[in-house]
Design a binder for this molecule. Structure first.
Ligand code: GLN
Length: 272
C-alpha cells in the first residue's frame, strides 16, 4: 500500500493526569516515525470527556505514568462502557504501550502508598502494591532483554540481534505477575519488583512496562513494531515500513550501555 494513503489514530490516555514522567515522548515518537513515512496521524486525547465510540477509533494506545492520586481519579472515570471498550480493543489485538502507572491500572488492582486499594481493569493477570511511604522507590536506569513471545522473535527478526531495551524507572509500586508473560528479563535495574528478575508484561499486542525514558525514542524498534501492528490491524494486510536513520538513537544507546558497564551489549548501528 502507498504510505500516503495510510492513516493512524494514536489514543493518548489521560494526558493531563498521566504525564508526570515524560511519557508524552512515546506519543511524539510514534507520531513522528509514522509521519516521516508519509502516514497521516491523528493524536486523540482520551480523558473524562471521551466517549466509548472515540475509544473504538484508536489504532495504538499510549498510557503514561502518574502519581497515586491521579491514578485513582483515572480509575474512577475508566468504568462501565469505557472500560469495556478499552478491554475489548486490547483483547482484539489493538497495540499499545503502557508505562508504570497505566499498567498498574490494567492489572487486578493497585495498592497505593496510602489509602484505599484502587481496583484495575483486571485485563492483565497481575497485582501491584506499594509497600508504604517509607519504602525505597525503585529509581534508576533499567536495561532488559525482551523475552515475551512472539514479540521477542519478531523484534529479533527486525533487528538481526536480541532485543535489548534501555529505559529509566521510577516507581514505588511493585508488580507481581500471575499467568501473564513478563515483557522481559532484567539485566540492570529493579523491573517489576526488584526480586524476581522480571520486567513488565505482554498481553496480545499490549506492552506493559516500568520503563520510562521515554521508552520509544530510546528503543525505536519498539515504536516501529507498534506502528506495523497497528497498520496491519487497521488495513487487514501486512504493511512494511521504510527504514529510518536511527544513528542518533543508536549512539545514545551505546553511551548509556557504556555508562552502565554493559559494553558487551553495544551493537553496531542498524537501521530498523
Ligand atoms: N504511582 C505509581 C508508583 O509509584 C506509578 C509511578 C509512575 O508512574 N512512575 O508505583
Amino acid at each position: 500500500m502507498n504510505p500516503e494513503q495510510l492513516e493512524l489514530t494514536i489514543g493518548w490516555l489521560y494526558p493531563t493526569l498521566m504525564s508526570t514522567y515524560g511519557d508524552r515522548g512515546n506519543a511524539i515518537c510514534l507520531q513522528k516515525r509514522a509521519e516521516w513515512r508519509g502516514i497521516k496521524v491523528q493524536v486523540l486525547s482520551l480523558d473524562q470527556q471521551t466517549t466509548a465510540e472515540q475509544l473504538h477509533q484508536v489504532d495504538i494506545f499510549v498510557g503514561g505514568g502518574a502519581q497515586d492520586r491521579q491514578q485513582e481519579i483515572v480509575m474512577r472515570d475508566l468504568r462501565g462502557i469505557k472500560a469495556e471498550m478499552l478491554r475489548a480493543k486490547i483483547d482484539a489485538g489493538t497495540p499499545g504501550v503502557f508505562t508504570c502507572g497505566s499498567p498498574q491500572l490494567l492489572g487486578h488492582y493497585y495498592e497505593p502508598a496510602l489509602g484505599q486499594r484502587i481496583e484495575g481493569l483486571g485485563l492483565l493477570d497481575f497485582v501491584s502494591k506499594h509497600p508504604g511511604p517509607d519504602a525505597r522507590r525503585c529509581i534508576g536506569n533499567v536495561v532488559f532483554e525482551v523475552t515475551a513471545s512472539p514479540l521477542a522473535q519478531e523484534l529479533e527478526a527486525m533487528l538481526g540481534t536480541k532485543p535489548v531495551v534501555i529505559g529509566f524507572e521510577n516507581h514505588g509500586g511493585r508488580t507481581y505477575l500471575g499467568k501473564v508473560q513478563p515483557l522481559g528479563r532484567v539485566i540492570k535495574g529493579y523491573g517489576n519488583n526488584g526480586e524476581d528478575g522480571m520486567e513488565g508484561a505482554f498481553y496480545r499486542n499490549a506492552i506493559a512496562t516500568y520503563s520510562h525514558g521515554p521508552l520509544l525514542p530510546k528503543n525505536p524498534f519498539i515504536a516501529d513494531w507498534l506502528l506495523q501492528k497497528a497498520l496491519t490491524q487497521r488495513y487487514q494486510t501486512p504493511v512494511s515500513l521504510q527504514p529510518l536513520d536511527d544513528t542518533l538513537a543508536q549512539q545514545a544507546r551505546a553511551a548509556m550501555l557504556k555508562r552502565l558497564a554493559l559494553t558487551n551489549l553495544v551493537q553496531e548501528p542498524v537501521n530498523c
